[in-house]
Design a protein around this ligand. Structure first.
Ligand SMILES: C=C(O[C@@H]1C=C(C(=O)O)C=C[C@H]1O)C(=O)O
Ligand SMILES: NC(=O)CC[C@H](N)C(=O)O
Length: 922
């Protein structure tokens, strides 16, 4: 079947993640170059109706109305689409929301669909004899019209078939389950070139998507009396494009790197420049601020208006081989970071503490050389250094995102072309808080800049990025490395004063403030020497884990939360969203004075939870054994302040990857499916629903088809929540309404505008070489001043149960801190069981194992403690109790037994079984 020439197509985007998939559908039929010239995605509110009609419409050949949140009978949701449909100067295809708009434009009614369904595959059958696009030769090509075909539906609303105006005709119906009502799945206008489909032809899980697009384009071509070709879109229209097929593959050459798969800090890599190259002068000279020197320009920098003088960074590392392989990370951390000379004045402490149950942990341990924080309300960046008062910079209209990423790009441009990548080799470590969405999400409104008086108040830390020039790292194999970024960057201002120049961008500003980025060779040598001493004669740890967590209380009652769940579900029923991740917070306090500190005996007596800890590091030590996680981390910045007091400390045990960039490939790994407690003695797991990956993968989808093909979008992990979701693996999100901005703003309201802070943000490293690994900040204790908080929540869908969701929130928080106070659900009792049987869904709560395969994980149904089992093990009766990770309640032998059993299990597990504590099958 011949392909019609590609008409100039305008896709009107109602802020839906599927819009991008519509674009992808075009690239399945036409070349990227062709799609780039002829297809444009424009946000539905980009133009006024008048502008659109006068300037845009005469220059396009057809319009596609995208899916979207909201209702087509609400003008704030649908904009000028109804006017456009009534005018129909060019052929129009409506998809989902766009299809419903066709119904409304000509007098039909919108009602709730009999079964609200999001992300399911259903059969659809065109009417017979076929009408509209289903009568097209392009549709019929190789397909029997009387066969149903499978498609994905994603809607709360539908066109009421009893209200259908005379001008419209149904072209397809759903094939309902016995006893259920059928729904309208296709429409056409009897006279005008207007067609609609309720389902999503653009979903990768829908069949016959390209056939439908072909039918439409054939109809468009026929409408325009079959021209041989269409011109390219005007540059003015192309420039309004919200996103498009990627124009060219990434310009950065791909560089050799070791195969990935290691957990978060870093896999072992081949050494590069693993000893000091003796070019000490180079590194130190580069470190000097040199704004006026007569220098040679180095090409390739993307920041205009300045001449770089820079000899480049060198990423160096030194392995200690077998030395120190058995030494505990904690001991090394305490000696390298905590008891370093002058450490009490250090600007911060970093411990990326990736943990998996079976294998040695990986870790990055560092003292940052400086820290940048950002305050959204005043739009200022602050530079924090040891022994110096903070210095601030007003970013004006520039967002922190742009400022930071331009700076990072400049830094990365100073690497030698062939850098060996692999894990974190130095650079940024920190977080973007949840509120940073304000400066990044399309359509999200930035708050007005605070007035002068706001300068008097202590501001929130909305983003915090520390610079790490050198660190000690432990690989997944237990091998120790000293890694560093050597060298520096300096710039000659092209004109004007250095200060004015410095305002313009991050690097100039930092250089002007005297920041040197790289470590000097001397500093690196010192690290190597001290690490070598520590590894060959380690000192036992001097700090004990806190004997108990302080008692956390929810900031609102279960009733309150359940009420908000109801509101979420109502919004979903109204078609405003299909999934809303509602959250709340639990709080506690630690005494600010060490005088209240009890003796160990007191603490033991009060081990069910007391506010007895004064050093947050002790709390972290407890957390890392109580709830070890792939993204465990300790980040401590004692000199930062927030409105809640002095000192910001993050104690994270997040299991969830937000985004990883490795060798230029982007990977996201959303999790879903947290267990609900069902009966004492049993941990039963709720089956994850399939929507979550769609939401979380949305940003990756934005990378466009080119990126997908180039393999930049690599894979979603083969796991239950993605099972069968080829879509997720290809970056097609299977689903629906764009989370942004509608759902995010809705959530702001549903959470009464409460700040989430670090919780729900992204935390991790962004290497100087661009290698990045960020977690979703969940299961994380944040300490600001003496205030402790833990955020928790869950994704609410139409199918959510108000009681189960609240219980799930409690389960999540208990997995972090155990006992809770002031909750109106079943009390938490410490549990002494060592044997558990899990039934139900074989896949539990997925985390990442070192091997790259998922490690399953759950919680004890009695006490909420962690349960682990390992990679590649067949279903699924589990035994051991996560007391393993709580030395307070489970004696040491259990730990060993557990580990041993895991080994046995790994080697010899066959079929199902329940195992005794001694490792015997029972
Ligand atoms: C919001 C939280 O978790 C998010 C929601 C999840 C869910 O609904 O299952 C799972 C992981 C997180 O992305 C949280 O744990 O606080
Ligand atoms: N995916 C969509 O376009 C959904 C349309 C509409 N918001 C509904 O829920 O029915």
């Amino acid at each position: 079947m011949e392909l019609p020439p590609l008409p100039r197509t305008l896709i009107l985007d109602y802020y839906d993640s599927y819009t991008n998939n519509l674009l992808t559908l075009f690239t399945k039929l036409y070349s990227d170059a062709e799609v780039l010239r002829k297809v444009v995605v424009v946000k539905a509110d980009r133009y006024s109706w008048d502008q659109f009609r006068q300037d845009v419409l005469p220059n396009v050949d057809c319009v596609i109305l995208s899916p979207g949140p909201g209702r087509p009978d609400k003008s704030s949701d649908i904009g000028f689409a109804l006017e456009l449909l009534r005018l129909h100067p060019v052929p129009i295809l409506g998809v989902c929301l766009g299809h419903q708009a066709i119904g409304v434009a000509f007098g039909g009614k919108i009602i709730n669909t009999p079964q609200i369904t999001h992300g399911h595959v259903v059969p659809v059958l065109p009417v017979h004899p076929a009408l509209g696009l289903f009568a097209s030769p392009a549709w019929k090509d190789g397909f029997t019209a009387t066969e149903p075909f499978e498609v994905v539906v994603y809607n709360s609303l539908t066109v009421d078939p009893t209200s259908l105006p005379d001008q419209l005709e149904v072209t397809a119906w759903s094939v309902p389950a016995p006893g259920k009502e059928r729904t309208v799945q296709g429409l056409r206008h009897k006279e005008f070139p207007i067609w609609g489909v309720q389902y999503h032809p653009e979903s990768i899980s829908s069949t016959r998507g390209t056939a439908l697009l072909r039918s439409f384009l054939l109809a468009v071509d026929a409408h325009h009396s079959n021209p041989k070709s269409y011109p390219s879109l005007l540059p003015s229209i192309l420039s309004a494009c919200a996103y498009r097929v990627a124009a060219a593959p990434s310009s950065r050459p791909s560089t050799p790197r070791t195969p990935g798969g290691g957990p978060w800090p870093t896999p072992p890599i081949s050494p590069e420049g693993s000893q000091s190259s003796g070019d000490e002068a180079d590194a130190d000279e580069g470190a000097r601020l040199n704004v006026n020197a007569n220098v040679n320009a180095v090409g390739g920098l993307n920041a205009p208006g300045r001449v770089p003088r820079f000899r480049g960074f060198r990423l160096v590392e030194r392995s200690f081989g077998e030395v120190g392989k058995g030494v505990e990370t904690r001991e090394v951390f305490e000696q390298v970071v905590r008891s370093r000379k002058g450490k009490e004045r250090a600007v911060g402490e970093i411990w990326l503490d990736g943990q998996t149950p079976l294998r040695s942990t990986t870790a990055s341990l560092a003292i940052p050389s400086f820290v940048l924080t950002y305050a959204l309300s005043s739009r200022t960046v602050s530079l924090h250094r040891q022994d110096k008062a903070p210095i601030t910079l007003d970013l004006g209209e520039t967002t922190f995102w742009d400022w930071f990423s331009d700076g990072q790009a400049t830094l990365a441009a100073h690497l030698p072309p062939q850098v060996v990548r692999g894990g974190w080799r130095g650079g940024w470590v920190g977080w973007f808080g949840y509120e940073m969405k304000e400066e990044s999400l399309a359509g999200y409104r930035r708050r007005p800049k605070a007035g002068n008086d706001a300068g008097e108040q202590v501001e929130e830390v909305d983003a915090c990025w520390a610079w790490v020039p050198s660190m000690a790292q432990r690989t997944g194999d237990g091998e120790w490395l000293a890694r560093a970024v050597l060298g520096n960057v300096s710039f000659l201002p092209s004109s004007g004063s250095p200060e004015a120049e410095a305002e313009a961008d991050m690097i100039s500003w930092l250089v002007w403030q005297g920041i040197k980025f790289g470590a000097s060779v001397r500093e690196y040598d010192e690290l190597v020497t001290s690490l070598s001493t520590i590894l060959s004669s380690p000192q036992p740890s001097k700090v004990d884990p806190a004997p108990a967590f302080p008692t956390f209380r929810p900031i609102a009652t279960g009733d309150d939360y359940r009420g908000r769940i109801d509101s979420c579900r109502e919004a979903i029923r109204q078609g405003e969203s299909y999934e809303l991740t509602l959250t709340t917070r639990f709080e506690s306090q630690i005494p600010s004075s060490s005088s209240t500190r009890p003796t160990n005996a007191d603490a033991d007596a009060d081990a069910t939870g007391s506010n007895s800890v004064t050093d947050p590091y002790e709390l972290y030590l407890r957390l890392r054994t109580f709830n070890p996680a792939y993204y465990s981390a300790w980040m401590s910045f004692p000199s930062l302040s927030t409105p809640r007091g002095h000192g910001v400390h993050v104690l994270s045990s997040s299991p969830e990857r937000f985004l990883r960039i490795e060798g230029g490939q982007v990977e996201m790994m959303p999790i879903k499916g947290t267990m609900a407690r069902v009966k004492p003695g049993q941990c039963v797991y709720r089956r994850p629903h399939p929507l979550r990956p769609a939401v979380v993968l949305h940003p990756v989808n934005r990378c466009g088809p080119e990126a997908h093909r180039a393999g930049i979008i690599r894979r979603a992990q083969p796991r239950d929540d993605c099972a069968g979701q080829v879509g997720a693996q290809r970056g097609d999100s299977r689903g629906g309404q764009e989370v942004f901005p509608a759902s995010v703003q809705l959530l702001d309201k549903l959470e009464a505008g409460r700040r989430r802070g670090i919780y729900s943000g992204a935390l991790g490293y962004i290497g100087v070489d661009g290698e990045t690994d960020l977690s979703v900040v969940i299961r994380t204790i944040v300490l600001e001043g003496d205030r402790l908080s833990i955020g928790a929540g869950g994704a609410i869908t139409w199918l959510s149960d108000r009681h189960a969701e609240w219980d799930e929130v409690l389960t999540k928080v208990r997995s972090v801190v155990g006992v809770l106070d002031g909750v109106d659900a079943a009390p938490f009792l410490p549990c002494n069981k060592t044997e558990y049987t899990l039934t139900g869904s074989p896949k539990l709560y997925n985390e990442l194992g070192d091997s790259g395969k998922p490690v399953e994980r759950g919680f004890c149904g009695d006490c909420g403690s962690s349960l682990w089992y390992a990679d590649g093990i067949k279903p699924h009766q589990i035994y051991f109790h996560g007391g393993l990770f709580d030395p307070q309640t489970i004696p040491a032998p259990t730990h060993e037994l557990f580990t041993r059993n895991m080994e046995v299990w790994e080697k010899s597990y066959e079929g199902e079984g329940v195992f005794s504590e001694a490792g015997q099958r029972v």
